[in-house]
Ligand binder design. Structure first.
Ligand code: NDP
Length: 277
């Protein structure tokens, strides 16, 4: 039977640490400000943006909200980011993705000043991670590292398999596990015999974007299973990329959905807002 990794509790610890830091900074006359930009009214994005603003409020970070209409042009959005880049009162800039299809996401992300790239998506941030330099770490994988460390799960020397190679989860996750001295394999849709590759893992991190795809057949006895996926099932209930009930008895630790990785993403965003202060 698995130990459940409580992402809600661990994310609260991190937010409380951020809150304590912003309080100290406030005493010294320094206010932290996150600019949050949303283009259009995609309901899922609105929920994420709302949660990020709530977390800012909890942590004592001022959030500045820019809700732009769907028809905003790329140049208008770039213009706003350039203005926020040069605004010394703004510490972090977050552009909620996905953007409407007429806007080039890469160009937008690349416009954000690297010193304000709290999402950690820019080439600068990812490059710094790749060569082990200081820089903003992508929030979801950074949150997973915190989940492992704060649950006292040893990473050094372990076999880690990351399923998924997206730029925002899979690739930075693999780099962070490598930095923590795991032996890392990245699997993807072209991986041959995924089951046997996944079964090598002491720590299996699943970011495949397919509801309940990973069953006990993919999991080694006693493995740690981290589920990044978020989906709504046929009953409108949240589920992950891992078939939780099926793997539960096989693993030593598991993250639930909801309440596992999800809350960590926002907590690490808050952490990134104060990390250089
Ligand atoms: P993407 O769709 O960008 O990437 C999915 C990855 O999984 C790709 O690399 C793809 O391989 C691989 N893949 C797809 N099908 C298979 C398969 N059958 N076998 C092996 N590999 C496969 O997703 P993201 O990385 O953005 O997100 C993954 C999941 O995590 C989603 O459910 C998303 O909603 C969730 N998520 C949750 C967050 C949180 O805060 N908890 C934050 C971000 C994402 P290939 O490259 O070959 O196509």
């Amino acid at each position: 039977m698995a130990n459940i990794i409580d992402g809600k509790a661990i994310s609260l610890q991190i937010k409380d640490e951020v809150k304590a830091k912003t309080a100290r900074l406030k005493e010294a006359g320094i206010e932290i400000c996150l600019a949050v930009i949303q283009v259009g009214t995609d309901p899922a994005s609105s929920v994420y943006v709302g949660n990020k603003k709530k977390a800012c409020e909890y942590c004592g970070i001022r959030s500045e909200s820019y809700e732009l209409p769907e028809e905003t042009t790329e140049d208008e959005l770039i213009g706003l980011i350039e203005r926020l880049n040069s605004d010394t009162a703004v510490n972090g800039i977050l552009v909620q993705l996905p953007l409407p299809s007429h806007i080039n996401e890469d160009r937008v992300i690349m416009t954000i000043d690297p010193s304000k790239d709290v999402d950690g998506f820019s080439v600068n941030s990812v490059g710094a991670l790749c060569i082990g330099r200081k820089g903003f770490r992508s929030c979801t994988p950074a949150g997973i590292i915190e989940l492992l460390k704060r649950s006292n799960i040893e990473i050094t020397g372990k076999e880690c398999v990351v399923i998924g190679r997206s730029n925002i989860v899979g690739k930075p996750m693999a780099l962070m596990m490598l930095q923590e001295n795991a032996t890392v394999t990245i699997a993807h849709s072209k991986t041959a015999d995924l089951k046997s590759v996944a079964k090598r893992a002491d720590i299996l991190i699943v970011a495949v974007g397919k509801p309940k795809m990973i069953t006990s057949e993919y999991v080694k006895d006693g493995a740690v299973v981290i589920d990044v996926g978020i989906h709504r099932n046929e009953n409108n209930k949240l589920c992950g990329d891992v078939d939780y009930d099926d793997v539960f008895d096989k693993c030593s630790y598991i993250t639930p959905v909801p309440g596992g990785v999800g809350p960590m993403t926002i907590a690490m965003l808050m952490y990134n807002c104060v990390v250089n202060m």
